[in-house]
Ligand binder design. Structure first.
Ligand code: 7TS
Length: 423
């Protein structure tokens, strides 16, 4: 089945839950087989970071035990093998995102560094006083602060497209805010605080009609939905490896080749150069131009294995399974008296944020932890969107494909316990 994106994602996917053997999948995640405070672990903090299948850990272990070497510099066998594995991982990422060419993939530390790279190397040189960067009201701080920093440096202005009470982007307002001074749109594919899937296809089309390039923050989308950067036609797409069942410290920037060729480097140092004299340095080509210093070689290789693993299940099947699980969880927690879901968009992926009458989110998290249930509480590094909903914090359960209905039942039971304790 062809990858689908944006609004259509959950609609077009086949019903596959019967064929989705979640118990078999769970065997690949040893971390899930443990007790916490004497209860079976129910891990529902996947939006913060996801668990790693054995394949990823074993690949990295194997790399360190048998191949460890630096890349792009040795002529000895180990270095050649490490380079091949590292560049092989780049190829896997390119195929995963359906990029045209592996040279459009830059390895960074995570989505945060990816956005900072684009802010620094792409946006900043374009900006002058009065120019505008357009984001949405539901962005993670990583997609707000780097833009504020370049705006401060250049005199550009940050504009914010509003959302409605369900947590959906107001496309009409977004289109209105796209003006003659807009130099870049940067928007999340899936909101980490609300779970909203943005209509990124339309966002990009509307921007491109006005000649405005678009960055999509895919940190919360890539682990849950098929992503096709060519079909989307986005200019940049960023992801974090650790949310994608890979290791921490590795992330991805996809950038269209012509942008990457034209952009100055992000940082200076080894590997990103062709030649250096005290008078003049000639930079390497993209993507190496953006990867100064020794990269996270094991991380990239581990991420390649995570992509292999996810690919073996199929993101369309993952999206369909998680869509059903989210619907089940939404129905179940909606029935809890005094519970209000924050983020009720029609198109949602794998995130359930909620507040309970008179109970501080932190207390919910603490009581759930005693029940073995791991969720995140707080502002989720998205303070402006919580302010929009008039709450300082929410409790957030975030799903992955290894979660089960039994785990949702445990969550619901534990929330009932919270309401009883505070009732
Ligand atoms: N963008 C979005 C939409 C995110 O959800 C996050 C992390 C980031 C960017 C930054 O990713 P990083 O890997 O560079 O840190 N979000 C969360 C979260 O929701 N809970 O913990 C981290």
């Amino acid at each position: 089945m062809r990858p689908v994106t944006g609004m259509a994602a959950l609609v077009m996917l086949p019903e596959v839950s019967m064929a989705f053997d979640v118990e078999r999948i769970r065997e690949d995640f040893p971390v899930l087989r443990q007790q916490v405070h004497g209860r079976p672990l129910v891990y529902l903090d996947n939006a913060a970071t996801s668990q790693k299948p054995k394949l990823v850990v074993e690949t990295m272990e194997q790399y360190y035990l048998t191949e460890n070497s630096n890349v792009h510099r040795g002529i000895h066998l180990l270095s050649e093998q490490a380079t091949e594995a590292f560049e092989g991982a780049r190829g896997k990422v390119a195929r995963f995102l359906n990029a045209r060419d592996a040279r459009e993939i830059i390895f960074v530390r995570g989505a945060t560094e990816g956005i900072n790279l684009v802010a620094h190397s792409f946006a900043r040189p374009l900006l002058s006083v009065g120019d505008e960067i357009l984001i949405s009201e539901m962005e993670h701080h990583s997609n707000i602060v780097p833009w504020q920093m370049v705006c401060e440096e250049t005199g550009a202005v940050l504009r914010v497209a509003p959302i409605n009470d369900d947590g959906e982007l107001r496309l009409d307002e977004y289109a209105r805010l796209l003006g003659p001074r807009t130099r870049l749109v940067s928007m999340t594919h899936v909101s980490n605080a609300l779970g909203t899937i943005n209509p990124v296809q339309q966002v990009i089309k509307l921007a491109h009609e006005r000649g405005v390039p678009v960055l999509i923050d895919g940190a919360q989308a890539a682990p849950h939905l098929p992503v096709d950067v060519r079909a989307l036609d986005c200019d940049f797409y960023v992801c974090s490896g650790h949310k994608l069942f890979g290791p921490t410290g590795i992330g991805i920037v996809f950038g269209k080749a012509h942008h990457l060729e034209a952009m100055p480097p992000y940082q200076g140092g080894g590997d990103m150069i062709l030649s250096v004299t005290f008078e003049k340095t000639i930079y390497n080509e993209a993507p190496i131009k953006f990867e100064a210093g020794t990269p996270h070689i094991a991380g990239a290789i581990g991420l390649g294995s995570a992509i292999d693993y996810v690919g073996s299940i199929g993101l369309d099947r993952i999206a369909a399974y998680e869509g059903e699980l989210l619907a089940y969880a939404t129905d179940a927690i909606s029935a809890i008296p005094g519970l209000r879901i924050i983020g009720t968009a029609k198109e949602k992926a794998s995130i359930l944020s909620f507040v309970l009458d008179d109970v501080h989110a932190h207390d919910i998290g603490t009581i759930l932890d005693q029940e073995g249930i791991a969720i995140r509480t707080g502002h989720h590094c998205a303070q402006p969107v919580l302010k929009r909903f008039g709450v300082p914090a929410t409790a957030r359960a975030s799903l992955a494909f290894y979660n089960t209905r039994d785990e949702i039942d445990a969550l619901v039971k534990a929330i009932h316990k919270v309401t009883e304790m505070f009732g």
